[in-house]
Design a protein around this ligand. Structure first.
Ligand code: GDP
Length: 296
């Protein structure tokens, strides 16, 4: 179920509930079941869906509501609040400040859109007056450096990488030193997304993070990965303390529910979403407007 459909299904469940002559336990139960079904079909983790039901039932206690209270509104409000809570871990992500050197490291599986997103993130900040720079610390995938170089050149963003060096930690540290000297105020490190084994990849992330001490680690997730999102996000969170999430490919047939799971697994907010392959197809993510739009 793509995001727009998810919103449509939830809105329909709420509308059906609103059309009922009397709002009783049965009507509320049916409405919550419909919403849960829609969320599960959008790949939201089962536990999150169950928690959402419990939380809404805590807010909406039909028996104790005074006569004359607008039950429909209370239920609608509770659903809105719960969807927002699922997307809002309660603490904002680190935001770079112009003129104050920051290091941001990107992690995520190969194909998630990590390299593309690094450039989008750099370009976004460049337009805001930052002096961003890009470091390619992916030595596993042949062609990774070329891709970053191409993207960076197009956007006129300084970049650093090596065709010869095989140690990603060394490249990351060299890149940092170079761009610190050049007074870049936003040094972005792109890392590998694949290894012979996942454990080796996660260990590499830990080492790069330890050597570069990033102010922020961003986990990049393909919006269409579905139920695998939670475990994947949690694995990265454990190796390099992820502080923010970017969900890519939300222009396509992504189910989007994975975003909710990634937030839960990393306890970090979604800060941007990718909505296309082009460098400016990149949007700031704000929970309330997003949920409002979702519900139509
Ligand atoms: P990486 O392996 O994680 O570095 O992924 P890449 O940056 O190479 O991206 C993999 C593919 O996804 C490329 O074809 C990108 O153009 C594409 N891609 C990345 N972000 C988006 C997005 O937001 N929307 C769409 N439609 N494609 C994207």
């Amino acid at each position: 179920m793509v995001l727009a459909q998810l919103g449509g299904s939830i809105s329909r469940a709420l509308a059906q509930m609103s059309n009922a002559t009397v709002i009783d336990e049965k009507v509320l139960g049916e409405c919550l079941n419909e919403i849960s079904r829609a969320l599960l079909q959008s790949d939201v983790q089962f536990k999150m869906v169950r928690d959402m039901q419990t939380n809404i039932r805590k807010i909406v206690n039909l028996e104790t509501l005074a006569a004359g209270t607008n039950k429909r509104r209370i239920i609608q409000q509770a659903v809105f609040t719960e969807l927002c809570n699922m997307l809002d871990p309660g603490k904002p992500a680190f935001t770079p400040k112009k003129g104050k050197p920051s290091v941001v490291m990107f992690v995520g599986l190969q194909g998630s859109g990590k390299t593309t997103t690094c450039t989008k993130y750099a370009y976004y900040h460049q337009r805001k007056g930052f002096k961003p720079s890009l470091v390619c610390a992916d030595t596993f995938r042949a062609g990774a450096f070329d891709q970053l170089k191409q993207n960076a050149t197009k956007a006129k963003i300084p970049f650093y990488g090596s065709y010869m060096e095989s140690d990603p930690v060394k490249i990351a540290v060299e890149g940092l030193e170079r761009f610190r000297k050049e007074n870049s105020d936003l040094i972005i490190i792109d890392t590998s997304g694949r290894h012979k084994q996942e454990a080796a990849l996660l260990e590499e992330m830990r080492q790069v993070a330890e050597a570069t001490k990033p102010d922020l680690v961003i986990f990049v997730m393909d919006g269409s990965i579905g139920q695998a999102a939670f475990d994947q996000a949690q694995a990265f969170k454990q190796s390099a303390s992820v502080g923010a999430v970017i969900v890519t490919k939300l222009d396509g047939h992504a189910k989007g529910g994975g975003a909710l799971s990634a937030v839960a697994a990393t306890k970090s907010p979604v800060i941007f979403i990718g909505t296309g392959e082009h460098i400016d197809e990149f949007e700031i993510f704000d929970v309330k407007p997003f949920v409002s739009r979702l519900l139509g």
